[in-house]
Design a protein around this ligand. Structure first.
Ligand SMILES: *[C@@H]1O[C@H](CO)[C@@H](O)[C@H](O)[C@H]1NC(C)=O
Ligand SMILES: *[C@@H]1O[C@H](CO)[C@@H](O)[C@H](O)[C@H]1NC(C)=O
Length: 582
């Protein structure tokens, strides 16, 4: 409905036609001028007086004036020069916006001639406007997995000038990833687009700074820019990577459980949650599982249970780092357990020859020992020796075997049991040692005859003694043992006054007690010489002799006193006799 309304009404149209008809008829046709916009007030537009064929000084006289339809006067007549001049600064863009040509029509009335002249003035565009963006900065977010060829619209610039003075081109600053493509739309508008040329990598470059320039084609060329800030969004496109492909660590076997061993670290260059890593053992022997502990979050590995070098001295395991997207990194861990001198040498008595005969030759083997230390190196090297100054020594045999041998003849009668201390000591620092006791019994040999304390004895007996009375007791000692010490006594056969000695005296072979077999008569026999033999039961037996002098004492029948024999002056055990009458 707007179009019919803006049309001139019928009456006006007729009037206008009549008027124009007069002008075209009477005037010399259309006069055209042009003037650049933005010139100062009073700038020359055209020589109207000349073009109308009037004397410029007579313009006033002719009543020449500009008539226009209610519009602000853009032009004026200079009465002195008779020229058309600008009445003020003219902005083409304000008058004609984007129209390619900006034409202003005015009419000049020559009053006294009753003539109206049309003048068309073209306002010439000058490049007085920059192409202009709506914004100065633009944020563009692009995921790093975007494929080359992806397009992102960019803001357009507007230049109110026309023709070459209007927006002509866009440029993007040189860069590695993006290019600019400009599409011309149906309405002639040109739309810049950012085109991804090379794949992005947030981990390499998280942001890109671009500058889009819009330029016109004026002289001089005008342009303006918009800063484009491209933020690259993260994708979980990186697997965690361990700082080392192999970790090696040494640990003393005696470190207490809970001790930190080392911390493995894997880094994931992705951002935020994509870069978070969880650690776990990947390959670990069943047996090793309880020994080591891995903190899932920190990668710290500590000892969970006591280690034992002797049980296992080397562990090998694999550790993995996993991010939220199940991307994995792997590393190996080698743990060498180092020996600590924590084991005492062990001494095992493999054979013991006890008892040993006391007459064994020096060098006789008493025992075989084997020594062993579970530690390694110096901690496991053992030296073995006997303590105390005993007649034994250790001789090293092969392969940690030792022989315990005698250094000289033994004497059971002197020492019958030895408590032999064998020391085994390793070479660790500090050294550990073990004491082993070997009880060695010495077996008897019949190497001692029974002996009498004295070389000879004297004994006394009153005459008229009872038959069967015991006269004396002899005891011999034998330091040997058992049969070797079991003594039997005998009297060496002899004759006395034609009768065998054994008819006078007998000896108890077990006790050594002598008995009188007859009642002695002092007037017939005053003394007897005996040779007593003490013999042991060894094989062969050993014996010794001793002589005994037996004196018969006279008895006085008329004297009622009790008679005591004088005690032997040599301190030997006398025989105490009591008179029969007592
Ligand atoms: C041997 O001697 C040691 C001390 O040197 C002692 O502890 C051990 O009991 C003794 N063994 C015997 C059987 O007497
Ligand atoms: C003991 O005496 C007997 C008889 O005279 C003799 O044969 C023997 O050799 C003697 N024994 C010793 C050890 O002197």
């Amino acid at each position: 409905m707007a179009a019919p309304q803006s049309r001139p009404r019928r009456g006006e149209l007729i009037l206008l036609c009549a008027l124009l008809g007069t002008l075209w008829e009477t005037g010399r046709g259309q006069i055209r001028y042009s003037v650049p916009e933005e010139t100062d007030k009073g700038s020359f537009v055209g020589n109207v007086s000349k073009d109308l064929g009037l004397d410029p000084r007579q313009l006033a006289k002719h009543g020449v004036r500009i008539v226009s339809r209610g519009r602000t006067q853009l032009f004026a007549l200079n009465p002195r020069s008779g020229s058309l001049v600008t009445a003020g600064r003219i902005d083409r863009e304000e008058l004609c916006a984007q129209s390619p040509r900006c034409l202003i029509n005015i009419n000049i009335l020559v009053e006294d001639k009753g003539k109206l002249f049309g003048i068309e003035i073209e306002i010439i565009d000058i490049n007085d406007n920059n192409p202009k963006f709506q914004v100065e900065d633009l944020e563009v977010k692009i995921n790093e997995i975007a494929v080359p060829g992806a397009r992102y619209p960019l803001p357009e610039a507007v230049d109110p000038d026309v023709g070459v003075n209007s927006l002509q081109s866009y440029q993007l600053n040189p860069n590695h990833h993006f290019s600019l493509d400009v599409q011309t739309g149906d309405n002639g508008a040109i739309n810049p687009e950012l085109v991804l040329q090379r794949a992005l990598d947030r981990e390499e470059e998280a942001a890109h700074h671009l500058v889009l320039t819009a330029s016109d084609g004026g002289e001089p060329r005008r342009s303006s820019t918009v800063r484009i800030h491209v933020t690259v969004l993260d994708t979980n496109d990186n697997a965690p990577v361990f700082a080392q492909p192999i970790y090696r660590v040494k640990v003393l076997e005696n470190v207490p459980p809970g001790t930190r061993l080392l911390t493995v670290t894997a880094s994931d260059p992705d951002e935020g949650i994509n870069g978070k890593v969880a650690y776990k053992f990947r390959k670990i022997n069943e047996k090793q599982t309880p020994l080591f502990q891995l903190n899932e979050n920190t990668g710290e590995i500590s000892i969970a249970k006591s280690l034992d070098y002797e049980e296992c001295s080397f562990y090998e395991m694999e550790i993995q780092a996993e991010d939220v997207g199940a991307l994995l990194g792997r590393t190996k861990l080698f743990i060498s357990v180092e020996d600590v001198n924590d084991n005492r040498p062990e001494v095992i008595i493999t054979s013991l020859f006890s008892p040993v005969l006391e007459n064994s030759l020096p060098g006789t083997v008493i025992a075989f020992l084997s020594v062993h230390d579970q530690d390694s190196g110096k901690n496991g090297q053992v030296v073995c020796y006997t303590r105390d100054n005993l007649p034994f020594k250790l001789e090293e045999s092969i392969d940690n075997y030792y022989r315990l041998v005698t250094r000289k003849y033994l004497d059971r009668e002197n020492v019958s049991i030895y408590n032999i201390t064998v020391m085994a000591s390793d070479l660790g620092t500090p050294p550990l040692s073990t004491e082993t006791h070997i009880a060695l019994h010495v077996a008897d040999i019949n190497d001692n005859p029974p002996t009498f304390p004295r070389a000879s004895y004297s004994a006394y007996i009153l005459e008229n003694n009872l038959r069967g009375a015991s006269i004396f007791s002899l005891t011999a000692h034998d330091p040997d043992s058992q049969e070797n010490a079991q003594v039997t006594y005998s009297v060496t056969e002899d004759t006395l006054q034609g009768a065998p000695l054994s008819s006078y005296i007998s000896i108890n072979s077990d006790t050594g007690v002598l008995y009188a077999l007859q009642s002695f008569d002092y007037e017939q026999i005053r003394d007897l010489q005996l040779l007593v033999t003490a013999s042991d039961s060894g094989d062969p037996p050993l014996s010794s002799n001793v002589s005994l002098n037996l004196f018969v004492l006279d008895q006085n029948d008329n004297a009622p006193e009790i008679l005591y024999p004088a005690l032997p002056t040599d301190g030997s055990t006398g025989v105490e006799l009591a008179p029969r009458s007592a």
